[in-house]
Design a protein around this ligand. Structure first.
Ligand code: GUN
Length: 283
């Protein structure tokens, strides 16, 4: 038996059609939803992500503006721009593409974004909202994973969910969101002693470690649901996840492909957050 696919591309297409309708309703009232994206430096992956976000905005009727800075930009210059965007009537969402160069303190920069425009959900206020069960803007990747599970009617309450990777962007917020839904959540990370002890317990395994082929068939139990958040560029130019898809798909009940799984959902949820921000502004 082969696992069923959690097709993020197809689900994104469906959600984006709905987002276009929502954006149209806002536009008909004279407001164009707008996203500002701040890109610092020349990281090729960041450039691709930003281009994808901008394309998705076009598709959903959201205006996007990209502000590009050289890697030498100062914290002050970034803060000045964010202060302007915070009060701009054209902008509903502000996103600072990460990573930032080492001399720029990420916490300082994200902390300047108005919590009402923090469509990435990275501001400490929104992070705190996740902890106590309710946030204005859920972070996009965990939000996308949650919708993929919901669309496939995969219940998370009472399930053993194991998350591999404890990043602030994916692992930690994902854990909080699923805890809120009643899952029993374990987070594994670089210092976890026996990774497979945990992964074999998982009813739902979410992998966001950035290590191609980290999870192999012998590390999972029958009928596990596997969500692969990894996006790894290989030397031949191909993109692969953190899970050995070809072997694990024979054991899992559901699995996300890479590409075409979580990736498109992340971008779609960013647009959702931006449109919701515009709706909130008008209400
Ligand atoms: N870099 C990698 N993922 C993300 C993300 O979701 N948002 C931002 N702003 N930067 C990222």
């Amino acid at each position: 038996m082969s696992a069923r696919m959690l097709d993020g591309r197809a689900l994104s297409k469906e959600i984006r059609a709905g987002l276009f309708e929502r954006s149209l309703r806002i536009r008909n009232k004279g407001v164009v939803p707008g996203l500002a994206v701040i890109l610092v430096g020349n990281d090729p992956a960041s450039k691709v992500y930003v281009r994808n976000k901008s394309k998705a905005c076009d598709e959903c009727g959201v205006m996007s503006k990209i502000f590009s800075f050289p890697g030498t930009v100062s914290e002050y210059e970034l803060m000045e721009l964010i202060a302007e965007l915070n009060v701009s009537n054209e902008i509903d969402g502000i996103l600072v593409q990460l990573p930032l160069p080492g001399h720029v303190n990420v916490r300082n920069i994200i902390g300047c974004i108005s919590v009402n425009k923090d469509v990435d959900g990275f501001h400490l206020y929104n992070v705190g909202g996740l902890v106590v069960g309710g946030t204005i803007f859920p972070p996009c990747t965990p939000y996308g994973v949650q919708l993929l599970l919901e669309a496939a009617k995969i219940e998370v309450a009472s399930k053993n969910v194991v998350i591999v990777g404890a990043s602030n962007i994916v692992g930690k917020p994902m854990a909080l969101m699923l805890l809120q839904k009643g899952a029993t959540v374990s987070i594994c990370h670089i210092k976890t002693r026996d990774l497979s002890l945990y992964t074999r317990m998982a009813d739902i395994l979410i992998v966001a470690a950035g290590k191609p082929g980290l999870i192999t068939a012998d590390m999972v139990k029958n009928d596990v649901v596997v969500i692969d958040v990894g996006i790894n560029k290989m030397s031949d130019g191909s993109i692969t996840g953190d899970v050995d898809f070809d072997s694990v798909k024979h054991i899992a009940s559901w699995i996300t492909p890479v590409p075409g799984g979580v990736g498109p959902m992340t971008v779609t949820m960013l647009i959702e957050n931006t449109i919701r921000s515009a709706e909130l502004r008008m209400s």
